[in-house]
Design a protein. Sequence first.
Length: 85
Amino acid sequence: MYTSLDVPRAVTLLQEFKKRYPFVNTELFRSKSLALLNKIPQETRAKKYTADVITATFPIWNDLKRQGLLMKYKSPETRKHTRNR
């Protein structure tokens, strides 16, 4: 997981994830959002896809989208939540 969250919150998030999915190995890379904005395109150009999950502050998402580095993901949970409304 690449994140700009503070370390205690990010660690808690990964711990909760591991409780539900203990068979999934996790690693944490914490950085400021703007540093992630540099790291993600560099890794993409090198065809080195390390992060499966990225959390960061809003400003970088428009840049990543413009660079074509984001893909849509529709969670199966979305349907369950919209059905209950």
